[in-house]
Design a protein around this ligand. Structure first.
Ligand SMILES: C[S@@+](CC[C@H](N)C(=O)[O-])C[C@H]1O[C@@H](n2cnc3c(N)ncnc32)[C@H](O)[C@@H]1O
Length: 264
């Protein structure tokens, strides 16, 4: 069902207004059922090989760059969202004179990739363990002079600042987080607060890249972006065995013109 909803919203965002045929919807539903089963098997396999453990130190390589993932911090490679978003951060998407915000930086993976191209990156996370982990990875990748890592809730640490590009791999399961580690997955209100904050923190002409999965409640983010009249398009999409990942590009629409920066 989640898959059907994200599929339908993504079609609308891409301007595909004609109704999908019943056959197509049934096909998507069948694929979604198989994907759910595969997802469960993969979760079991991760448990058997210990990949579900977030309380260990793990050294990961994301493309050519090393990342130490410390306890309680989201691993950009185990669910593939972090790595998939990092793959989109290239010279064609980030310009040399840009200021970039990496929201919910986790291990700092997207901040490090953005710092390879941009003038300056601000990275924010609410989990203190993630802030420490991102500092280690900025140093390990020789990017500490370009990345400013801050602790806090969404846009609070960047009050009054605007960016050319905002990156976010958000917690896209609806619900109250059980602890700091769980904040990587679950939230009750991040979708609406992030969508509302974009208007105050994007420079005119700026954009945001947000990765969502057919696993979870990604459609709530798309609904909030629509409420804020943000223009949404698909930058990249990839189907994996158990989910489809999409990187959406968001721009301020005519109804959401930039207003003076005064954070909520
Ligand atoms: C799915 S993880 C993504 C981590 C990293 N960007 C990546 O792609 O691998 C989401 C991150 O957002 C952070 N987060 C959740 N709620 C937040 C909030 N209200 N303010 C700032 N960061 C938040 C979590 O602590 C977590 O590190």
């Amino acid at each position: 069902m989640q898959d059907l909803r994200l599929y339908a919203v993504a079609r609308r965002r891409r301007g595909m207004t004609s109704a999908p045929s019943v056959e197509n919807l049934l096909k998507v539903a069948r694929v979604a059922g198989v994907a759910r089963l595969l997802g469960k098997s993969m979760a079991l396999a991760y448990r058997l090989v210990g990949k579900d453990k977030y309380d260990n130190f793990r050294l990961e390589r994301v493309y050519d760059s090393p990342f130490l993932v410390t306890p309680s911090v989201f691993n950009p490679k185990v669910p593939r969202t972090g790595m998939f978003l990092a793959a989109q951060i290239q010279a064609r998407t980030v310009q040399r004179d840009w200021d970039v915000l990496d929201m919910g930086t986790g291990s700092g993976v997207c901040a490090v990739f953005a710092a390879k191209h941009a003038r300056r990156v601000v990275a924010v996370d609410i989990n203190p363990a993630a802030v420490r982990c991102a500092c280690i990875n900025a140093l390990m990748n020789h990017m500490e002079h370009r990345i400013d890592i801050r602790h806090g809730d969404l846009f609070a640490p960047v009050r009054g600042e605007r960016f050319d590009l905002i990156l976010f791999n958000p917690p896209f399961v609806k619900g109250a987080p059980r602890d700091d580690r769980d904040r990587a997955w679950r939230s009750n209100d991040v979708a609406e607060r992030f969508a509302a904050g974009l208007r105050l923190h994007l420079k005119p002409g700026g954009s945001a890249l947000v990765v969502l999965s057919t696993y979870g409640d990604g459609h709530t983010f798309l609904e909030e972006f629509a409420k804020q009249e943000l223009e949404t398009s698909v930058l990249a999409q990839r189907r994996f065995v158990n989910e489809r990942l999409t990187v959406f590009r968001l721009r301020l629409g005519p109804g959401s013109a930039a207003t003076p920066a005064a954070s909520p």
